[in-house]
Design a protein around this ligand. Structure first.
Ligand code: CP
Length: 327
């Protein structure tokens, strides 16, 4: 269902089998995923210091190349690079010469002429990060910060890091992913990460128009009734309703969606006692999730953001070939 292939085998690895780009969780070796999570632990404490910097990427230059809006991903990648002492260029499509017709690859070639070392790219088209990685090869690293409905690997990494840290081993969790699964690169990436880490039960829940039966091919249980999907879930992951990617016929109304599927306190009470509530943001309060749940004691949405910064520091340092940080 979600498997999109962009040719050339696994572009994420170089000729020596070293992780060179992070394009998708699909195709990532378990040991590399675990190394990223373990390295993240070592970066988490840096945020608590007065001086929140390490010299890990001193002298390197990274480009944040965003063709779609972002608050969390763009800011945490920028902060991650700065805390690693890299220089950072922030380029958003609306302020770049792509508005005058310059192509993505021409943009990248011009930035490469400035001797930059890597690109963090978000793009509305699935496969954009793969295109860049194929074009650049080993000349610069590429991190996919979200491409269309395809993949968002660092989101999945911060999600499984949060689950592992706050709920316990992924192998012991029952995860229910709720809402607009169809349009969600976050859901696809998370399902792949949970599967690699041995999560025994992954459920997806939503209306048939947003959770089609084909998702079962990913090894998940497909549900259309919260009373069947939520009991026993130790992790409840609410997804944003992606109205910008949706044709109008998929939902009768936002109120109807909230009434039938929204994560309310009453629905959360169906899950396992103390179940953690995650959401990737941005949140539509009162649509996929009630404000009282977002702000309630079981919500870990802001911990996800904190962990995202450390995950992105780990990813950038590992891809740059600097596996730890120097104090
Ligand atoms: N979760 C996430 O990708 O948020 P942003 O769109 O704000 O980056």
């Amino acid at each position: 269902m979600s498997t999109l292939h962009f040719g050339d085998g696994n572009l994420q690895y170089d000729g020596q089998g070293r992780l060179r780009h992070l394009l998708s969780i699909e195709g990532l070796r378990e040991r590399d995923l675990l190394q990223i999570l373990d390295t993240t632990e070592s970066f988490l404490s840096i945020a608590q210091r007065t001086v929140k910097k390490t010299p890990t990427l001193r002298g390197r230059t990274l480009v944040n190349l965003f063709f779609e809006n972002s608050t969390r991903t763009r800011s945490t990648f920028e902060l991650a690079a700065k805390r690693l002492s890299a220089d950072v260029l922030n380029i958003s499509a609306s302020q770049s010469s792509t508005t005058k017709g310059e192509s993505l690859l021409d943009t990248v070639d011009n930035l490469m002429a400035m001797q930059v070392d890597g690109f963090i790219v978000r793009h509305p088209e699935a496969g954009a990060a793969h295109l860049l990685a194929r074009h650049l090869g080993e000349r610069a690293l590429v991190v996919n910060a979200g491409d269309g409905q395809h993949a968002h690997p660092t989101q999945a990494l911060l999600d499984v890091f949060t689950i592992r840290r706050l709920a316990g081993p992924v192998e012991q969790q029952v995860v229910c992913i709720l809402g607009d699964v169809l349009h969600s690169r976050v859901a696809r990436a998370l399902i792949h990460a949970l599967s690699i880490l041995g999560c025994p039960e992954i459920r997806v829940l939503g209306p048939r128009t947003l959770v089609p039966p084909e998702f079962a091919s990913l090894g998940v249980q497909v549900h259309h009734d919260p009373r069947a999907a939520l009991p026993g879930a130790s992790i409840v992951y609410a997804l944003r309703l992606q109205r910008e990617r949706m044709e109008s016929h998929r939902l009768p109304s936002l109120d109807e969606f909230h009434r039938r599927f929204g994560l309310t306190p009453e629905r959360l009470a169906l899950a396992a006692p103390g179940a953690l509530v995650l959401h990737p943001g941005p949140i539509n309060r009162g649509v996929e999730i009630a404000s009282t749940v977002v702000d309630g004691p079981q919500s870990v949405v802001l911990a996800q953001v904190e962990h995202g910064l450390a995950v992105r520091m780990a990813v950038l340092s590992l891809l740059a070939g600097v596996p730890g940080h120097e104090d």
